[in-house]
Write a new protein. Structure first.
Lengths: 145, 117
């Protein structure tokens, strides 16, 4: 073993607990371990992150993980995504970044979950010519309007 | 999209590796080799200077965590000089600003400690 490499494998996690409140939307609890925080698109078109940053898992024996409770009103949507989205780079090398994810989500008012996911992926693919550098995953949950 | 340039220096009692360019999978093995060489002498203070890094992803993070684990095992310090905002964000998202020693400026590590007289 010439180089005695440390192999610091880790994973990032975003955990969601969802409880349906018939007629009132969804009650959620989120905990993130090193994963980008989910974004919420409200019915009025505003976008904000939910949850608190936590330590990535697999490296430190005592990660900091915090739960946050919040709600999705009918018609609100939640977006989870991987760093393949934010790390994608444009022609000049600039990263797609969280700000562009927020902008793309802002433009999704009124769309259903499938259409939101498609639009987010399309905006990243439009930002970068050629195949993605990293794998990309998005998950959208919408409280029934 | 740039390559990665690595320079090695001894500054004020610290071994300093300066990275410039993209710190991702393309530069991974080069950085590992440079770190391995630097850490084989068990420097009391090893600084990885990220100030000139244009891009860093989870591959870069893993390399840094490996160097940090090795430094801890040897009883030495690994110090990072913070990169530009979008690079530093990689550490903030993973809450690693609380686990790693990150400074704004190399001089915070290498400046001789003097009386304030």
């Amino acid at each position: 073993l010439l180089h005695q490499e440390e192999d610091q494998r880790f994973c990032t996690v975003c955990y969601l607990r969802i409880r349906a409140k018939p007629g009132e939307g969804l009650a959620l609890t989120t905990s993130c371990g090193g994963h980008p925080l989910p974004l919420v698109l409200r019915g009025d078109g505003t976008v904000s992150s939910v949850g608190e940053p936590g330590t990535l898992l697999g490296v430190f024996p005592d990660p900091v993980l915090r739960d946050q409770d919040y709600g999705l009103a009918p018609g609100d949507s939640l977006l989870m995504y991987t760093d393949g989205i934010t790390d994608e780079r444009g022609a000049d090398g600039t990263e797609f970044g969280e700000d562009r994810v927020r902008q793309a989500l802002t433009s999704c008012s009124g769309l259903d979950a499938d259409a939101i996911a498609d639009r987010i992926v399309a905006s990243v693919q439009g930002y970068h010519s050629g195949p993605p550098r990293d794998d990309i995953a998005v998950l959208v949950i919408r409280a029934k309007p | 999209v740039n390559g990665l340039e690595i320079t090695h220096a001894e500054v004020g009692g610290a071994t300093v590796l300066r990275l410039a360019g993209d710190f991702d999978i393309a530069g991974e093995s080069e950085v590992r080799v440079a770190l391995d060489r630097a850490q084989s002498t068990r420097p009391e203070i090893l600084v990885i200077d990220l100030a000139k890094v244009d891009f860093m992803d989870s591959t870069g993070l893993r390399v840094i965590l490996g160097a940090d684990a090795r430094a801890r095992r040897d009883g030495n310090r690994l110090v990072l000089v913070r990169g530009p905002e979008h690079v530093h964000r990689v550490f903030l998202v993973a809450l690693l600003d609380r686990r790693l020693e990150i400074v704004d400026d190399l001089r915070e590590v290498t400046a001789p400690k003097e009386d304030s007289r």
